[in-house]
Design a protein around this ligand. Structure first.
Ligand code: NAD
Length: 366
């Protein structure tokens, strides 16, 4: 059966960068015989304007049925004053929740041509390729009890609870071990077992899983040390797996090693079905960039690298994913840049021109 993809371009620069995705998908169908059934729907502000809600039940049903979802970005000043439950971001949160997306994958990949964009010294980041796997639906952001209470002595107390059950640790651990298998066979599990019981449990459960993945080298690190090591010697890492809170911080830290928001893809994965297929949503890390929307200035490469992640992790097409990633490398090596990355010695191009240049590089690799 032809695999299916749902495109949700969303708001701001979302539709502009998604246009380039269409081009890439057409190229793979035409040239590599990689056919997908592609459907499209609304999410975010544009869905509010059209249907009064940030995600309709019909769009959610399409996302549930699709083999993968590609999302642009949601939000913008037009909808900023709406009540919290009607904000464009609720559409994205509903998707994540109803698809059961518990694993967030954030690669930090430094392209040779962009080594200078990093805030670290070139020798520390040249060739960097690491992946942070963050648990997304548990931990201190969701744990009970939570809230702010009045104390008898007149003070107020803020409470949040870090809580993880075995199954939550095991399922994120399996995602991370499987990823390590598709990469360089190294996994570092990160917690604070020295001061937190939830960290002790995390470490014990991840260690037990190792028995099923003899080909993966497992290490453990405290989260504070990991933050330090990410800026000291980031190339020591292959895959890092961690909880929701530490993952939130460490994935942003790792992302900035690459220095460029317009280049960062991400994936969110759910449980595997009987055939091992997971619900999956792929999206760039950046937002809807209302300041540049509609001007042809958006960098489409984060969105396109999200397509490469989809090819690798949802459709098990590592060669096709690599073809796309190498084409991105080559476009950058020609000196073409969208405005966010343009500088001395580079040629500024529009969103569409970047898409065209990418197709040219893909075609010349055949
Ligand atoms: P942003 O990522 O949209 O923009 C931050 C800065 O980076 C802006 O100057 C923007 O022009 C630039 N930028 C971002 N992506 C770019 C790209 N592909 N090419 C070139 N430049 C790029 O973050 P923000 O300004 O904080 O948020 C704007 C809106 O996006 C808000 O409504 C926010 O809620 C929403 N947002 C959505 C998501 C999402 O959909 N996942 C994520 C973050 C923010």
């Amino acid at each position: 059966m032809t695999p299916s993809i749902l495109l949700l371009p969303g708001d701001g620069i979302g539709p502009e960068v998604m246009r380039e995705v269409r081009r890439v998908l057409d190229w793979f169908a035409r040239t590599r015989g990689l056919e997908f059934h592609v459907d499209e729907d609304l999410v975010g502000g544009v869905a509010i304007d059209t249907h009064g809600v940030p995600l309709t039940d019909a769009a959610l049903a399409k996302a549930q049925a699709a083999d993968a979802v590609l999302l642009g970005a949601v939000g913008g000043p037009k909808w900023a004053e709406l009540p919290f439950e009607n904000q464009p971001e609720r559409g994205l949160l509903r998707l994540r929740k109803d698809l059961g997306l518990f694993a967030n994958l954030r690669p930090a990949l430094v392209f040779d041509a962009l080594v200078e964009a990093s805030s670290l010294k070139p020798e520390l980041v040249r060739g960097l390729d690491l992946m942070i796997v963050r648990e997304l639906t548990g931990g201190v952001y969701f744990g009970e009890p939570r809230g702010i209470t009045e104390l008898a002595n007149g003070e107020r107390r803020g409470v949040n609870t870090q809580v993880y059950d075995t199954h939550e640790i095991v399922r994120i651990g399996r995602v991370a071990f499987e990823l390590a298998r598709k990469r360089h066979h190294k996994l570092c599990s990160v917690e604070k077992a020295n001061v937190m019981e939830s960290g002790v449990l995390w470490r014990e459960e991840i260690t037990k899983l190792k028995a099923d993945y003899a080909d993966v080298e497992l290490s453990h690190m405290y989260a504070d040390n990991c933050a330090m090591q990410l800026v000291r010697q980031p190339k020591q890492f292959d895959v890092v797996v961690t909880d929701n809170l530490f993952g939130d911080l460490l994935s942003d830290c790792a992302a900035m090693l690459t220095g460029s928001l317009g280049m960062l893809p991400s994936a969110s994965l759910g449980d595997a079905d009987a055939e091992g297929r997971r619900k999956a949503l792929y999206e760039p890390v950046h937002g809807s960039a209302p300041d540049i929307a509609g001007k042809g200035l958006a960098n489409p490469l984060a969105m396109i690298l999200s397509v490469a992640m989809m090819l690798r992790y949802s459709f098990d097409e590592p060669e096709e994913a690599e073809l796309l990633e190498k084409a991105v490398q080559r476009v950058l090596a020609t000196g073409k840049r969208t405005r966010d990355l343009a500088g001395a010695g580079t040629t500024e191009v529009s969103t569409a021109e970047m898409g065209e240049a990418l197709i040219y590089e893909l075609s010349s690799s055949q």
